[in-house]
Design a protein around this ligand. Structure first.
Ligand code: PRX
Length: 660
């Protein structure tokens, strides 16, 4: 289980909250741990549907909804009959309210170039690009694939889709051509929006080159729009006549005005592919009204947002759900000012993040524990030589945060004045569901604390019985507005994956523990999904990539505990007869997976073994392999057919012949 969050309930409770609300442990705290203003929780408990309706009323609706919730387990419809438009809510209404000159994004490119985009400018670009899409034949109900670096054109493309009622499918720029192709085909996207390249650690990564390879196998793609970012640095960009178009040229020819379509609350807003327990990624479906309601609500309350003064920075990539909900839709729906950064924290040097915080006076920082643990490893000298006093709130997302990292984050980045919010959620949940509320919830470092108002989370045992104290599986007992509406094209898989394990409950796939004071401690995945640096990767997906290689007979992949990345990918590989294990072969396999899926899926370690431990029914004993991977200090790259590892596998498999 991950990062020492299990056992003992973490370090002693202190005042981890806003100075003006000094926390003194009280009876109330011991009983329930909500020490500040409880009114949100009380309202939500008294009438949770009414509570969500109250939150939805904060958006602009072209037509009011007729019913708040229609719940036919596992299918939910929120705010049925209501009509609204996401880009209108994120842009037009702020400009109409006189906030057109407010900065939406302070953008920082990796080479150090910058751009400031106000709400008025963002709206203008979105309207124009919406007309570009229309000009390419995109109509309401179509899907548009987006494969871009972290440049302002990325949110522009997303918002333009929402403006005309097309659903987007953003594919993380680190994914391979194969991964892009599969996602485009599953969604049957008509248009792909990409860029010539993106900057990563000083290198121009040729996205258009990848897109070209992908599009060879995507019959549905009619047009490819290419934004200029890296120019010639990434090599020449090939443009196919009639199919490929430069972004700026299309924009120059497009009209400036594009009315926002009145979308149904339940119209598809976007697809986002995420890894499940099979090799095929799932197209998670999010719809319009409920999603926007909940991302706006959570962004406001969890970050205690003061939109007129805050400078908020979510350091994720928009290619993942964190970026969708907390770089694009939540902050823009709330009229917030955000920082958006293209690159990595270590380029050009390890001061980059702290430079950005100092330059823009960032007040809220939201990032993954892997980043925090990396900064811990680099040492305090980097943050210490910067003025970080603008920070007033810190957030954590994507993986369990170990108490040591939590305390280091607060002590060395935010300072004692900063609350830390550890936010639990998933691609499927759309928005944060479990998190402290600043000034309201008393914290324990390493615990995501409690379900937010309106959410009902329970830990259950194998039999589905509620666990009052102790470990079990995290479930949700009622629907929520930003919940996934299904898996694209596969309603059965939706029902089976999330709603069949425990009757009447949503099963998150995470282990969790309830401590004596009722706090929730997230313990990591309990299925065949790994979490590497806060990114979800399926063991099966990596395995099928490995067995695709001509030299591989069989492969078993496990996520092993890693001090920095939370988990690391360890692959146990049996080669075909006649093939010999060697360090070069190990490297080749790692590179193969990287090419096939993307660099994030590259195994940290490849262990060659003559056989894989199996149960009598032939199932690979992963738990045992995980023990082997964690129990031994396997090297960072390739471990040769280490006879000791093989011996250990044999020994363990004979010592514990239990079926998994
Ligand atoms: O295991 C949980 C972990 O990340 C998974 C969801 O991954 P993904 O859909 O990619 O979304 C990541 C960003 C929301 C969960 O099933 N996870 C996410 N947040 C936390 C977490 N584990 C512990 N603590 C968290 N705060």
């Amino acid at each position: 289980m991950a990062n020492g969050s299990e056992g003992g309930g973490g370090p002693a409770i202190e005042n981890y909250y806003l100075e003006e609300r000094v926390f003194e442990p009280s009876e109330e705290f011991r009983a329930g741990a909500v020490v500040g203003d409880r009114s949100l929780f009380e309202r939500a408990e008294a009438d949770w549907e009414g509570f969500w309706a109250e939150q939805a009323a904060g958006l602009d609706w072209f037509e009011p909804w007729e019913t708040v919730l229609e719940w036919d387990l596992p299918f939910a419809r929120w705010f049925s009959g209501g009509k609204l438009n996401v880009s209108h809510n994120c842009l037009d209404r702020h400009v109409a309210a006189g906030l057109g000159e407010r900065v939406a994004f302070h953008w920082v490119g990796e080479p150090g170039d910058t751009r400031t985009v106000t709400y008025r400018e963002l709206l203008a670009e979105v309207e124009r690009f919406a007309n570009v899409l229309k000009g390419l034949g995109v109509v309401r109900g179509d899907r548009v694939a987006i494969y871009m670096p972290m440049i302002p054109e990325l949110p522009v493309a997303m918002l333009a889709c929402t403006r005309i009622g097309a659903a987007h499918s953003v594919v993380f720029g680190g994914f391979s051509p194969d991964a892009l192709r599969d996602r485009i085909n599953d969604a049957e996207a008509r248009v792909l929006v990409t860029a010539d390249g993106g900057w990563r650690r000083g290198q121009a990564v040729a996205l258009k080159g990848n897109a070209d390879v992908a599009v060879e196998g995507t019959p549905s793609i009619e047009h490819v729009v290419v934004a200029r970012r890296t120019g010639e640095a990434g090599g020449p960009t090939t443009m196919v006549e009639g199919r490929d178009h430069w972004w700026d040229e299309l924009m120059a020819g497009a009209g400036p005005d594009c009315p926002a379509e009145a979308m149904e609350a339940e119209d598809l807003l976007y697809l986002l592919y995420t890894s499940g327990t099979t090799a095929k990624p799932k197209g998670i479906m999010h719809t319009t009204g409920g999603y926007l309601t909940q991302v706006a609500f959570t962004h406001r309350t969890v970050f205690d947002l003061r939109a007129d003064t805050d400078v908020y920075w979510c350091a994720a990539d928009i290619g993942w759900v964190t970026g969708h909900s907390y770089i694009v839709y939540g902050p823009l729906a709330n009229g917030a000012t955000s920082v958006m950064y293209e690159g990595t924290p270590d380029f050009p040097d390890k001061d980059r993040w702290w430079d950005i915080i100092e330059t823009y006076g960032v007040t809220i920082l939201y990032c993954a524990p892997t980043a925090i643990r990396t900064f811990m490893k680099w040492g305090t000298e980097f943050p210490e030589r910067h003025d970080l006093s603008s920070l007033r709130l810190l957030g954590s997302v994507g993986e369990p945060i170990n108490p040591e990292a939590w305390m280091w984050y607060r002590a060395h980045i935010g300072g004692e004045r900063c609350p830390v919010v550890d936010t639990w959620w998933q691609t499927e949940t759309g928005a944060i569901l479990i998190s402290p509320l600043p000034g309201i919830t008393a914290c324990k470092p390493g615990s995501a604390t409690f379900a937010l108002p309106g959410i009902s989370a329970e830990v259950v045992d194998d039999a589905g019985e509620k666990v009052e104290e102790g470990g079990g599986y995290l479930t949700l007992t009622r629907p929520w507005p930003s919940m996934l509406r299904g898996i694209y094209g596969d309603p059965e898989r939706y029902r089976e994956t999330y709603w069949s394990r425990f009757e009447g409950r949503y099963f998150a796939g995470d282990g969790a523990k309830v401590d004596p004071e009722g706090y929730l401690w997230l313990l990591g995945r309990v299925d065949d999904v790994m979490n590497v640096s806060g990114h979800r990767i399926s063991t099966t997906e990596v395995e099928s990539s490995l067995v695709n290689h001509a030299s591989v007979a069989e492969a078993a992949v496990v996520g092993a505990r890693d001090d920095t990345t939370g988990q690391a990918i360890v692959a146990f590989v049996t080669l075909r007869s006649g093939e010999d294990p060697s360090p070069e072969r190990g490297e080749e396999l790692r590179a193969h997976v990287s090419r096939h899926i993307g660099a994030i899926a590259r195994p940290r370690t490849v262990v060659f073994t003559d056989e894989l431990p199996k149960t009598r029914s032939g199932k690979i004993m992963r738990r045992l392999l995980r023990d082997v991977a964690e129990g031994r200090a396997l090297g960072d790259t390739t471990t040769l057919a280490d006879p000791k590892v093989v011996e250990e596998i044999r020994r363990l498999s004979t010592a514990s012949p239990t079926e998994e």
